[in-house]
Structure formats: structure tokens, C-alpha cells
Design a protein around this ligand. Structure first.
Ligand SMILES: Cc1ncc(COP(=O)(O)O)c(C=O)c1O
Length: 442
């Protein structure tokens, strides 16, 4: 059944099981996007909605960018698909080379199709690496409370958002969690990184003492935790984690799925914080959301550890049918060109102070108990309605959509992460509308 009476409205909403959505509620009062351009979405009733979230933190260069569309079109006309198992195609090598030139720390890239796959790939590489260097007893993985690392079994095991875990059985064995880094009393209304909290990294010493370093393979953290409601790393915290990992021979992985590709005003959080982990996981900004893709960046030592043994053996028994899909690579190369040619990372850095002032101006808006920001990220935490967690923020989300802005909420926290092409007038509109909305929510 494909004929639709109205091209903008599906005949039936039933078949599609929507991800991370209250299906029955949505299907009673659907909200549909049918078009997009630059900073805006277009709804099925023809309204323009300002995108305060870059889709889902992925459309960093703004919507429907012509060079990306052209690159994908040209590629699909040339070659639609080619396998990357025991075969190659030029553009996948070109794209990997391009990505490694963006960072002095990493020399190799493993392609995936999403952030979740990047995380599970990095965790598997960490385990296999320890084994390859003769440290096969190192099998424990350490994540952090309130972490989000996608929805694969590896990711939900090292992550800690209770609803993402509690339905799915015992998860991976041998996982432990660092404490999260948020403390409302000590960090309220943080302009950038909070002063308080570096010592929380020392908990890694406790975990290592509990299990012994010889059992620990890797630590994975988001440099800035996004999905749990924007938690900023305290000053010195990431450096401390790096030092403790080094001391005990533990690999450090930064999950840069939201921070990669300019969100903080630098190519990666690695550059922004000046702390270099052993691997980073990326996805969202890599193709500007145009074609699904993710990438794990590895240090040379990690890749080299696998390049051992007879040359006819496969070194890593891992990969996806669509690893390095030609259309994704074409979109990715065009995306990197836009980031460079339009100086979008620098632009994000230049706009960050304006963004900060605008976000912090909401600290006295109704229901707001905390405002926090870094780069072009913001978290606006609302006081929960007693007995009804998430209700207030969700009401704000619906009202904001009606008033022409797209925001994202998690728990009772509004998270904002606009495309890096945002202008000051858009920031004013976004923040002004959030304030108006907060005046009307229960
Ligand atoms: C830090 C982090 N890791 C992993 C993921 C999962 O990415 P995906 O939804 O592409 O699987 C996300 C998605 O929001 C994320 O924020």
C-alpha cells in the first residue's frame, strides 16, 4: 500500500514501531516533519520549526546541504554498494585518510553504522587488544553512572540509564561503574566546566583496588554526557582519569558520538580538553545525518598490535555489511569539506560565549533549577512535578513544538544542541521561546 491521498500524511501509523517513543500517545496526536532546510524543519501543516537539536545532535552543518546531496547522488550513480570484507573501494580509504588527518592522535579508523555500533566495536577492540598484547586476563569494562553509550548489549552494560537496562536481562558480565560527575549544589548554573568534582575520577583507583588492575581492560566515558541530561566534566577530571588509566595499563575510550565534529568548537573533545584517550567512538556529525555511519578512531599502537601473525589471517573478526558504505563515505567527505570551508568548528567556538549568556539568562525562568552549557550544548534542568517525573519537561517539549522550536528533553532536563550554522537571532528565538513556554507549563 503506497498510494497516499495526502502526500504529507501516512494513511496508517500502526505498522511502524517507533524507537524511544510513547507509540500510543504519539499515534493519537502525531507530529510530522516533511521537509528541512538549514536551521529549520517544515511540518506537514506547513509550519517552520527552528531546529534546536540538530536533529538528534547529528545535523551539525544544517539541513539539506547541497554539496552533500550532490556527493551522494554522484556516488550512487557511480556505484551503489561494494563490500569491505576482503574487497575495497577507493572512497572508503579516502574518507578514512581524511578523518585521521583531522586528529594528530589517531591513525586508524574502523567504520560502523551508528554510535551504538561504534561503542560495541571499541569495547571489542579493547578486549581483543589486551589479549593481543598478552594481557588476556584484562576483561573488565568500566563505564560510569548516568552514561549513555547507545543500545547494544555492550553499550547498555557500560552505560547507566536505568530504563535502558532493566528490561534486558543480566547484560555483560564483569562491568563496573564510576560515579557520575553531577552535583547540583556544588555546580549550579555552571558556565562551562564546573570547578568541583575532579576528585570523582579517583574512584577508579577504588575500582582497580577492588578487582585488581590485571582484570581491567578499559574505561569508557562520554567527555560530556549528553543523553542523561548534559553533565559537564569537572575541570581536571578527564586528565585524572587518563593518569589513572596510564598508571594501571587500562585503555581509555572517549565516547564522542555527540562531541565529535565540532559540537564544542573543536574537531573533537580530545582537542577541546587536551586529553588523549586510546580510542574515540564517533557517529552523529560524521555525515551530517545524511547517511547512517559511525567510526572508531584508534591509536597506532592498538592497530599495530593486531598486525601480527601470518599475513593471510584476518586480524580482527569484526565488521558490518555496511562498514564504510560508499554513500556514507561520499556524504562524509562532503560534510568534512563543509565543516572546513565554512569554518564551522571555529564558528561554534566564536558563538559559544553568546550561547552561554543566552542559556544562563534562563536560570531565573519558571521551574528552572539549573542551567549548564559548554560549546554549543546546553542543559536546562527543571524541577520535577512531585510524583510525575518527566511530565513537566515533556509538556514543555510539546508546547515548544507548537510555538515553532524543536527541543529535546530527557527526564526533566531540556537539552539543546543546535546546528553549528546557528545565528545569534536564532539563539534569541530559541531561548526566548523556551522562556515563554516555561511560563505556561504546569
Ligand atoms: C554518547 C553516545 N553514544 C552512543 C550513542 C548511540 O548512537 P546511535 O543512536 O547512533 O546508535 C549516542 C546517541 O545519542 C550517544 O549520545
Amino acid at each position: 500500500m503506497s498510494e497516499r491521498a495526502d502526500l504529507n500524511r501516512p494513511n496508517d501509523l500502526d505498522s511502524f514501531w517507533m524507537p524511544f517513543t510513547a507509540n500510543r500517545q504519539f499515534k493519537k496526536t502525531p507530529r510530522m516533519f516533511v521537509g528541512a532546510e538549514d536551521m529549520h524543519y517544515i511540518t506537514d501543516d506547513g509550519r517552520r520549526v527552528l531546529d534546536g537539536t540538530a536533529g538528534l545532535w547529528c545535523v551539525n552543518a544544517g539541513h539539506k546541504r547541497k554539496p552533500i546531496i550532490d556527493a551522494v547522488r554522484n556516488q550512487v550513480e557511480k556505484m551503489d554498494y561494494a563490500p569491505a570484507f576482503q574487497m575495497g573501494h577507493p572512497i572508503v580509504f579516502d574518507f578514512a585518510n581524511r578523518l585521521t588527518t583531522m586528529s594528530s592522535a589517531f591513525d586508524h579508523v574502523f567504520f560502523t553504522n551508528s554510535g551504538s555500533e561504534s561503542v560495541d566495536t571499541a569495547l571489542k577492540i579493547a578486549l581483543a587488544y589486551q589479549r593481543a598484547i598478552g594481557q588476556g586476563s584484562r576483561t573488565r569494562l568500566i563505564g560510569r553512572e548516568r552514561g549513555y553509550h547507545g543500545v547494544g548489549f555492550g553499550g547498555i552494560s557500560v552505560g547507566d540509564i536505568v530504563n535502558n537496562r532493566k528490561f534486558f536481562g543480566p547484560l555483560l558480565a564483569g562491568v563496573d561503574h564510576l560515579p557520575h560527575t553531577f552535583n547540583l549544589e556544588k555546580q549550579r548554573n555552571s558556565r562551562g566546566q564546573p570547578e568541583w568534582g575532579a576528585h570523582l575520577a579517583d574512584d577508579l583507583e577504588r575500582i582497580v583496588a577492588l578487582h585488581d588492575a590485571s582484570t581491567v581492560a578499559a574505561v569508557i566515558v562520554e567527555p560530556v554526557a549528553g543523553s542523561t541530561g548534559v553533565l559537564l566534566p569537572p575541570k581536571g577530571y578527564l586528565q585524572r582519569l587518563r593518569e589513572i588509566c596510564d598508571k594501571h595499563g587500562i585503555l581509555l575510550i572517549f565516547d564522542e558520538v555527540i562531541t565529535g565534529f565540532g559540537r564544542l568548537g573543536a574537531p573533537f573533545a580530545v582537542d577541546y580538553f587536551g586529553v588523549v584517550p586510546d580510542m574515540i567512538t564517533t557517529a552523529k556529525g560524521i555525515t551530517n545525518g545524511t547517511v547512517p555511519m559511525g567510526a572508531v578512531f584508534c591509536k597506532k599502537e592498538i592497530y599495530d598490535a593486531f598486525m601480527d601473525g601470518p599475513e593471510n589471517t584476518i586480524e580482527l573478526f569484526h565488521g558490518y555489511t555496511y562498514s564504510g558504505h560508499p554513500l556514507a563515505c561520499a556524504a562524509g567527505l562532503a560534510t568534512m569539506d563543509i565543516y572546513r570551508d565554512e569554518g564551522l568548528f571555529e564558528r561554534a567556538a566564536a558563538l559559544a560565549p553568546y550561547w552561554e549568556d543566552a542559556i544562563q539568562s534562563l536560570s531565573d525562568a519558571p521551574h528552572v533549577i539549573d542551567t549548564r552549557n559548554l560549546g554549543l550544548i546546553a542543559g536546562i534542568e527543571l524541577e520535577s512535578i512531585p510524583g510525575k517525573p518527566t511530565a513537566r519537561a515533556f509538556e514543555a517539549f510539546l508546547k515548544a513544538f507548537d510555538k515553532g522550536i524543536l527541543i529535546r528533553t530527557t527526564g526533566d532536563i531540556i537539552a539543546l544542541s543546535p546546528p553549528l550554522i546557528i545565528e545569534e537571532r536564532h539563539i534569541d528565538e530559541l531561548v526566548g521561546t523556551v522562556r515563554d513556554v516555561l511560563k505556561t507549563v504546569h
